[in-house]
Design a protein around this ligand. Structure first.
Ligand code: HSE
Length: 405
C-alpha cells in the first residue's frame, strides 16, 4: 500500500484530506492500487480532528519514513516548503504541490533533484486552481509550438474587480470577502500587486520554453491603481478591465512574459470570466487556440488538482521521471525580451494636449478629459507618447493596454 503525507493543513491541505476520504474508493480504483494518508504535517494543534492520529509537527517523521512515497505540499511560501520539499525529493519521494511561489522560484532546482532521484515533482495545482493546464500543455498539446498564452490567473483580483464593477463594492471590502472565502494569499499584496499571477505565468513560460523563467524578470503591475472611472470608461469602449498574465513568443525565439491590468473587449471570451474563475487562452500552430476555464482558487477546487497529481503519481511511481514536465535553469537575459518590444492598442485618459492624440485613434470620450484608444503601438512608443503629453503640460490620468486575443 502506498503511503501519502500532506504538508500543511490550511485551506488547500485540509481540502486534499477531505476530498481524498470523500472519494477514496474511486480515487484508488483510478490509481489502480491501495493507498492511504499516513501523515499530516502542521505546527498547529488539531487534536479534535477526526484525523488527529495522523498529525505530526516534525517533518523528519515523514522524510525518514520509507513507507511514504508520495507527498502533497500545501504549505505555501518558499522557505520551509522549499526545505521540506527538497528533503523529500532527495529521499526519492514523489512530490505534488499547489505552491506557485515555490515552483516559480525554485522549480529548476527541484525538478533537477527529482530527475536525479528518479521521482517526480508535479505542480498542476500551482496554476489556475482547479483548471487542468500544466498536464494539457505538456501532454495533450505537446505536438504544438505554443506561440502565446494569456489569461486570468488570479482569482482574488478577478473577484475584487467583479465586486467593484457589478456591486460597487469598495476595494477593501471585496478583498476581505475574498480572504474569508479562502481565495487570497496569506499576504494578499501578492494577489493585488500581481505577484501571484506573475509566478503563475513564470511557470507556464518555463513549461513552454523548457527554461526557468524567474519572477524578477517579468514586468508586473497589479490592480491597485485601477479607478472606477476607468472601469466605466472601459465599459463605454466595450471592454472589461481584467488583470491579465501573458506570454508571447517572438520570431527570434525570445519570449515576453508580463502581468498587467488590461482592457479586454467583450468579443473576447476572457472578458466574460467573472468571480473567482480563471481562464487561460493558449495559442499554438496546430490548435489555433484553446481556452481552459474553471475555479482558480479555493479549498476543494485546488485540492482536486493536487489529488489529480497524487493519482498520477500512484499510477506511475517507480517508473521514472516524466521528462515532458520539466525545465532547466538558464540566464533569463538570453530568453526574456524587453516588455517594451510588445505591441498593443493603448487606452489613454488625459487632460490637455489634445493635439497629441495619434491619428487613427478611437475616441471614447472627449470632454474635460480626452479618452482614446490608439492603434497598435509598442510599449516603448506608448511611453514616448506619455512623455510627450507630460512635456506639453498635460496630465496622463490613466494608460492601459488592450488585449488582442
Ligand atoms: N490567491 C490565489 C488566487 C490562490 O487568488 O488566485 C490560487 O492560486
Amino acid at each position: 500500500m502506498s503511503k501519502i503525507a500532506v504538508l500543511g493543513y490550511g485551506v488547500v491541505g485540509s481540502g486534499v484530506v477531505e476530498l481524498f476520504y470523500k472519494n477514496k474508493e474511486s480515487i484508488l480504483k483510478k490509481a489502480g492500487k491501495d493507498a492511504d494518508i499516513k501523515y499530516i504535517l502542521d505546527i498547529r494543534d488539531f487534536s479534535d480532528s477526526p484525523y488527529s492520529e495522523k498529525f505530526t509537527k516534525d517533518i523528519n517523521d515523514i522524510v525518514n519514513d520509507d513507507e511514504v512515497t508520495i507527498v502533497a505540499e500545501c504549505m505555501g511560501g518558499a522557505t520551509f516548503a522549499y526545505d521540506f520539499v527538497k528533503a523529500c525529493l532527495l529521499k526519492g519521494k514523489n512530490v505534488s504541490t499547489s505552491n506557485k511561489e515555490l515552483v516559480a522560484k525554485k522549480g529548476a532546482e527541484l525538478l533537477a533533484i527529482a530527475k536525479e532521484k528518479n521521482c517526480n515533482f508535479f505542480f498542476e495545482a500551482s496554476v489556475g486552481g482547479a483548471i487542468p493546464i500544466i498536464r494539457p500543455l505538456h501532454k495533450c498539446l505537446a505536438a504544438n509550438q505554443i506561440t502565446q498564452i494569456a489569461g486570468i490567473l488570479n482569482g482574488t483580483t478577478n473577484f475584487i474587480l467583479g465586486k467593484m464593477i457589478n456591486d460597487s463594492m469598495d476595494f477593501s471590502d471585496a478583498l476581505k470577502m475574498a480572504q474569508e472565502l479562502g481565495y487570497a494569499e496569506k499576504d494578499p499584496t501578492a494577489d493585488v500587486e500581481g505577484h501571484d499571477a506573475c509566478r503563475k505565468i513564470c511557470i507556464l513560460s518555463s513549461l513552454i520554453t523548457g527554461k526557468h523563467i524567474y519572477p524578477e524578470n517579468v514586468y508586473t503591475k497589479g490592480i491597485t491603481e485601477i479607478s472606477l472611472r476607468d472601469v466605466k470608461l472601459a465599459e463605454k469602449f466595450g471592454a472589461a478591465i481584467k488583470l491579465i498574465a501573458s506570454v508571447r513568443k517572438l520570431d527570434n525565439g525570445k519570449i515576453i512574459p508580463m502581468v498587467m491590468p488590461m482592457l479586454v473587449q467583450y468579443e473576447s471570451l476572457i472578458s466574460r470570466v467573472d468571480d473567482v474563475f480563471n481562464a487561460v487562452m493558449v495559442c499554438g500552430d496546430g490548435i489555433d487556440r484553446a481556452m481552459f476555464y474553471g475555479r482558480g482558487a479555493g479549498k476543494l477546487p485546488t485540492a482536486s488538482a493536487v489529488l489529480g497529481d497524487v493519482i498520477e503519481q500512484l499510477k506511475t511511481e517507480g517508473s521514472g521521471t516524466d521528462m515532458a514536465q520539466t525545465w532547466v535553469d538558464c540566464d533569463n537575459s538570453e530568453i526574456v525580451a524587453d516588455y517594451k518590444e510588445n505591441a498593443c492598442r493603448m487606452y489613454f485618459r488625459v487632460t490637455g494636449g489634445k493635439d497629441l492624440m495619434p491619428a487613427g485613434s478611437e475616441i471614447v470620450e472627449n470632454g474635460d478629459e480626452l479618452v482614446f484608444v490608439t492603434e497598435k503601438m509598442t510599449f516603448a512608443e506608448s511611453e514616448k507618447l506619455e512623455a510627450a503629453f507630460t512635456a506639453a503640460g498635460a496630465e496622463v490620468k490613466a494608460k492601459l493596454a488592450v488585449l488582442d486575443m
